[in-house]
Design a protein around this ligand. Structure first.
Ligand code: ZN
Length: 380
């Protein structure tokens, strides 16, 4: 069995029994036990209220009956404040969001939160058959080449991602230069050519912008398309960040990858996650972001903050009781999204999915509010 699928135990089994039970559900897309989810949220709220004066001031102490009643913290709050529900000595991982401008969120995870989160990713991998020891694979990680001082959440994810198929080789797209990190297109092209020659599967992870730039460079240089092993896999995370002005649509991106690298469309998946609320959201084979078993998603009206129904655009709110180290069990994101019913996808997953309509701060010249207003124009 993969090391990340093993048992993980909550910090206090007596106080967090429902959290344990919820997180022990192995099926990654099952929302059938809503009562257990609510019980786990109430345990989580009590846990944080007792340990975090900040959360105690936010919650009236009444147990919730429905996820809609769950109080939330704005993701930006974590950019301005370091909030913990555990003593500093219990911090196992200190992660920093990978935003390129402005303030970065600082998040602190205890070993339970960190390992439970990794187990969620492992179960999603297992669900899609991506825990595969049949042959070693080449990894191309569009993340920072690690240095001893690195704290970026995305880089840690990069290293963890190599635990699901044996490593033949690892190439980092953002090379460490001694003073920082630099995107190295020629190094990436060389690595991809060698991977194609070897015939082994390739797994490419990280920021989509850099793979896009690599493929553009190949085309500009007149290099022929490569035919990578068809069991290769591309998983994106982290968005386009400071390269938002060069962003292409997900469909264009997948077409470019299939054309230039020969990787089938169903094996190119985007992900959505945030340091502030680190539940993994990964596209299904139909490229929709279903909400996993251990989490719920709501969409709130941008003006009234009322909870909206399926298909209506607003701010995305994530709710999950598993985070014990900081009061991030319910976070309102700056991103705009719409929620959709499970059967609107058709892939067979039984949980709702969300569509990101706009990233917070994608434009460097406009405030998020103006960008949001523009995105919503004509949609209401
Ligand atoms: Zn689906």
């Amino acid at each position: 069995m993969n090391q990340h699928l093993g048992p993980v135990t909550v910090p206090d089994s007596a106080r967090l029994g429902a959290v344990q039970q919820l997180c022990d559900i192995a099926d990654p897309y099952d929302h059938s036990d809503e009562a257990l989810f609510i019980e786990a949220m109430n345990e989580s709220n009590r846990w944080h209220a007792e340990r975090s004066p900040f959360f105690a001031s936010l919650w009236d102490g009444r147990p919730i009956d429905n996820v809609v009643e769950q109080p939330y913290v704005h993701a930006n709050f974590f950019k301005m404040h370091e909030v913990l529900s555990i003593p500093r000595a219990d911090v196992a991982v200190h992660a920093t969001s990978s935003g390129t401008t402005g303030q970065k969120s600082q998040m602190f995870w205890d070993s339970w939160t960190h390992q439970a989160g990794q187990r969620m990713v492992a179960r999603i991998y297992d669900h899609y058959g991506w825990i595969d020891a049949r042959e070693p694979v080449h990894y191309l990680l569009y993340t920072n080449q690690p240095t001893p001082s690195v704290k970026l959440g995305s880089s840690m994810t990069g290293q963890f991602m190599t635990d699901f198929a044996p490593v033949q080789s690892v190439h980092y797209g953002l090379a460490h230069t001694g003073t920082g990190h630099e995107f190295d297109a020629f190094g990436c092209i060389r690595a991809l050519q060698e991977f194609a020659d070897s015939g082994l599967p390739v797994r490419i992870f990280g920021f989509p912008a850099f793979l896009s730039f690599t493929l553009d460079r190949m085309r500009a240089m007149g290099l022929p398309p490569l035919k990578l092993n068809e069991r290769s896999l591309v998983l994106f995370g982290g968005g386009w960040k400071s390269n938002a002005d060069k962003q292409i649509s997900k469909t264009e991106m997948r077409d470019k990858i299939t054309d230039m690298l020969g990787i089938p469309d169903g094996r190119v998946r985007d992900g959505y996650g945030s340091v502030e609320h680190s539940i993994p959201y990964l596209e299904c084979a139909h490229h929709n972001l279903h909400v996993p078993t251990w989490s719920r998603a709501l969409v709130r009206d941008v003006k009234t903050l009322d909870v909206l129904g399926f298909g209506e655009p607003g701010y995305l709110q994530f709710v999950s009781p598993y985070i014990t180290s900081a009061p991030a069990q319910s976070v309102l994101m700056g991103d705009l999204a719409a929620l959709h019913a499970p059967d609107e996808c058709g892939c067979g997953a039984k949980t709702p999915w969300f569509e990101i309509l706009g990233r917070a701060g994608v434009s460097r010249n406009k405030s998020c509010a103006i960008a949001a207003a523009e995105l919503l124009k004509g949609k209401s």
